[in-house]
Design a protein around this ligand. Structure first.
Ligand code: PLP
Length: 382
């Protein structure tokens, strides 16, 4: 078979897809890695011990298909029922499941009039729409494309704050009927936090489903978890990756109305969350004070780093996350990426027009943040 024959075996939609661009995971000795918002602190010793103890003959068995024990612990934490929770292979998996469960692919419309049965009526335009602000998590458009859904991307205000409902109505671009709306709160990559009041006003104006992606919320002043338990069309996405130092284990979860959660359970893989991940996440919930101390350290480092970079001439946006978005002085942001890399410091740069003049820098340990500040100073004076 030649290359073009092979290509023909792939669905046209997949052939044309632009995949998600991952942050680099290089294994360079001595590298200060501040590019993927990982937590600079390890999981708690109790979590490491729980995982190590679980590495035994149990590995031959399937894990709990529903992550039952973990869901029960999470339910207790959030004051809801286990039926309000689904656990995923990272929250990324659940974001993808939400698109599959709640959005009709635009590319596969039923031919009009093909059937008189109600369930086969042609889907309305808004049933195909995945909606999000830009900039926000760059996975959302990829998930929409994979599913063949329509996308509605609406730019945030110039300072990356959230437009009010009245402004969105006036702007006429935002679709309050979209099948699925993702809101990254606090926002990534800007780091800006949103108040629960403004998030609730937005949710209330929506007729379709709203997913509040709170991947970084543990570093923020406010969270909107109560909205998932108050408004049936709102789901909150959380992850153990960032705040709980568990990127490697891939555990995230959604909280929301039992009816929606049941729909997601129907379409997930049977054993979607690996056993060691479930054990690690359960042990994490048993040692929350350890993590809360880390949040405080990261927030303190974030504020110190922001002040230091500001003194060097960087424009640093206020952050409610474990990273900062900053406009560097003197050289274009893309050049800074390379200059820092030459000094073994890895940060993130995005080519999207709204953020191409910025660097996104994960908050590391105080030592890493100090090294970054010193290196930036040297670059500027060199
Ligand atoms: C805004 C946002 N949501 C969700 C995720 C996915 O997290 P995970 O799949 O590790 O739970 C990320 C990861 O970078 C993110 O930035």
């Amino acid at each position: 078979m030649n290359k073009s024959d092979l290509n023909n075996l792939i669905r046209p939609l997949v052939r044309e897809l632009h995949p998600y661009v991952y942050g680099e995971q290089p294994k360079i000795k001595g590298l200060i890695k501040l590019n993927t918002n990982e937590n600079p602190y390890p999981p708690s010793p109790k979590v490491l011990a729980a995982v190590k103890t679980a590495v035994d003959g149990r590995l031959r068995l399937y894990p709990s298909p529903t992550a039952q024990a973990l869901r029960e612990k999470l339910a207790k934490l959030h004051g809801c029922h286990a039926d309000n929770i689904i656990v995923g292979n990272g929250s990324d998996e659940l974001l993808a499941l939400a698109v599959r469960a709640f959005v009709e692919p635009a590319c596969c419309r039923h031919p009009a009039g093909r059937s008189k049965q109600k369930s086969e009526l042609p889907a309305r335009r808004w049933q195909h729409v995945v909606q999000y602000f830009t900039p926000s998590y760059s996975l959302y458009p990829v998930l929409a494309d994979i599913h063949g859904a329509a996308k509605n991307a609406v730019v945030l205000k110039l300072d990356f704050s959230l437009p009010s409902v009245a402004e969105l109505k006036r702007g006429k671009r935002w679709d309050f009927n979209a099948a699925l709306t993702f809101v990254t709160t606090p926002n990534a990559p800007s780091g800006r936090g949103y108040s629960t009041r403004e998030i609730e006003a937005l949710c209330k104006a929506h007729h379709g489903l709203v997913v509040l992606d709170e991947a970084y919320v543990d570093f923020a002043d406010e969270n909107a978890m109560k909205l998932a338990l108050k408004h049936p069309h709102v789901l909150v996405a959380r992850t153990f990756s960032k705040a709980y130092s568990l990127c490697f284990q891939r555990v995230g979860y959604f909280v929301g109305h039992a009816e929606l959660i049941a729909a997601l359970h129907k379409i997930r893989d049977s054993y979607n969350v690996n056993g060691l991940g479930q054990i690690a996440a359960e042990a994490t919930l048993d040692d929350l004070p350890y993590y809360r101390a880390n949040f405080r350290k990261i927030i303190a480092t974030r504020e110190k780093l922001s002040r230091e970079l500001t003194l060097l001439g960087f424009r640093v946006l206020p952050s409610q996350t474990n990273f900062i978005l900053t406009q560097p002085p003197r050289f274009p942001a893309k050049d800074w990426l390379q200059k820092l890399r030459d000094q073994k410091i890895l940060v993130r740069w995005f080519s999207a027009p709204e953020v191409k003049d910025y660097l996104r820098i994960s908050v590391g340990t105080p030592t890493e943040a100090e090294a970054l500040g010193k290196t930036a100073g040297k670059i500027l004076s060199g």
